[in-house]
Ligand binder design. Structure first.
Ligand SMILES: Nc1nc2[nH]cnc2c(=O)[nH]1
Ligand SMILES: [Zn+2]
Length: 456
């Protein structure tokens, strides 16, 4: 089969090769084929003749070439590994309470509104468009317990061309009277939802779907042991991922210990119900014992680090360095609306600050935990997230053969929040400024599987 090139980018690419290796590729020529895969990547193409020769070799034409300016660059798309689409209307409000009170006062009443699909139709298209505009090419979503509204979210994600993992939330106990399911309806609706998403029509029909169902027990407090068991079975039968919350808040942990006294710790509760494996994403993981860390590593589950939420709900400060030292997979999450920002750039900044808090408080003890570096933060936002969703061989950086999920960054847009000074601002300084000062105004275009899904 001959490769048909549909787009070629000429300019600077920045991506992670590993946790510590951030690569800048100058004068790069990157070709995307008509199936959205990276067909070629040539480095140091410094003259027009070489550029023309390469284009000719791939039987492409000059009109396919997008020429980046000296300040522009391409980045891999961001992965938000934990986001409550249903909580988007609450982003920026309700920061006065800790987790359990916050859930009861602000979160459950809002989520209950999604019993109406009409309400979902007002909210979900905006959520997905806003995340795409912020550069989130892959999102792992919590919806609500409601089947029809959650199906609608899956459809919106697919229609807008985002890569998405969509979870119908499960809650059969310790929940408000008006926002709870029976175990029977919870399992039945989950299976129906999984079937619905797995049967969504692809475009073109012969490519794998960008949308995947994810099993979503809200957290151990809201799920009976019977429900957790049933969900473990559904996840196994369909070979699909699992997400939940783990060890976010000390009151939460105490309640779990009370509800499940037969299990050693919170992590073991999920493990016992077959919900902890290489496809599992656990949000937070702040207060884990060394035994729990070992179990997470053994099962190859991942942690979604949601630093904005951890600060905002005063849940604690996650020691990401320790997770990484243990060899645990880590990605970033916004956790809207526990976190008030929808942008992974915000998660990057708060992850940086959280790691400095950990460093400062470890500074006088035996074990010092160095703060996260720029290469590490970049990795967590892209490749780390890709690992959590088991797509590390598909997305996350610009390796030939991977799918082209990318952001075209333009530091010079009108009203840009980052200032540059030609005399001193080399591309590495511009990149760092974007990571700490930039916002969606600087994200000129967003691509998922080679298709432009946001921007001009
Ligand atoms: N941050 C957060 N933690 C939770 N634990 C259980 N539900 C939630 C939620 O909606 N947000
Ligand atoms: Zn959450």
């Amino acid at each position: 089969m001959t490769t048909i090139i549909s787009k070629i980018f000429y300019g600077t690419l920045i991506h992670s090769l590993s946790l510590t290796e951030l690569e800048f590729i100058h004068n790069a020529l990157l070709g995307v084929d008509n199936r959205g895969k990276i067909a070629f990547l040539e480095r140091n193409v410094s003259n027009e003749q070489t550029l023309r020769d390469i284009i000719k070799k791939w039987e492409a034409t000059e009109d396919k070439v997008v020429r980046l300016t000296n300040q522009q660059f391409l980045l891999p798309g961001f992965v938000d590994t934990h986001m409550h689409a249903s909580q988007y209307p609450n982003a920026g409000i309700g920061m006065d309470l800790p987790l359990i009170d916050w859930l009861n006062k602000y979160t459950f009443p809002l989520e209950q509104s999604f019993s109406s699909v009409k309400f979902a139709e007002k909210i979900y298209p905006t959520v997905v468009s806003h995340l795409l505009r912020c550069g989130t090419t892959t999102a792992v979503y919590y919806a609500t317990i409601h089947l029809e509204s959650t199906k609608f979210l899956a459809k919106v994600v697919q229609q807008k061309g985002q890569r998405g993992f969509i979870g119908k939330v499960n809650m059969d106990c310790n929940s408000p009277e008006t926002y709870v399911e029976t175990i029977e309806s919870s399992v039945k609706d989950t299976v129906q939802f999984v079937d619905y998403v797995l049967n969504l029509k692809n475009d073109p029909p012969d490519v794998s779907s960008l949308v995947t169902p994810i099993i979503t027990p809200r957290f151990a407090i809201c799920c009976s042991s019977e429900l957790l068991n049933a969900l473990g079975e559904v996840a196994k039968k369909y070979e699909i991922p699992i997400q939940s919350h783990l060890s976010e808040n000390t009151t939460e942990i105490a309640i779990v210990n009370q509800l499940f006294p037969q299990h050693e710790d919170y992590t073991t509760v999920y493990d016992h119900h077959n919900l902890l494996n290489h496809r599992t994403i656990m949000a937070h993981g702040i207060h884990l014992s060394s035994q729990e860390l070992k179990l997470i590593k053994k099962r190859n589950a991942g942690i979604s680090h949601c630093p904005n939420s951890n600060f905002t709900l005063c849940s604690g400060v996650c020691n990401v360095r320790q997770l990484l030292d243990e060899g645990i997979k880590v990605g970033l999450g916004t956790d809207v609306s526990g976190g008030f920002s929808k942008s992974i750039l915000d998660s990057i900044r708060n992850a940086s600050i959280a790691s400095r808090v950990v460093y400062l408080s470890s500074n006088t003890s035996d074990k010092v935990y160095p703060h996260l570096t720029l290469p590490e933060l970049t990795y967590l936002a892209t490749m780390g997230g890709a690992q959590l969703v088991n797509l590390e061989n598909v997305i996350g950086n610009f390796i030939v053969g991977k799918e082209f999920d990318a952001l075209l960054i333009d530091p010079e847009v009108e009203g840009s929040p980052m200032q540059m000074f030609d005399e001193i601002d080399t591309i590495d300084r511009i990149f760092e400024k974007f990571m700490f000062l930039g916002d969606e105004r600087n994200i000129k275009a967003v691509f998922v599987r080679g298709r432009k899904v946001s921007g001009i």
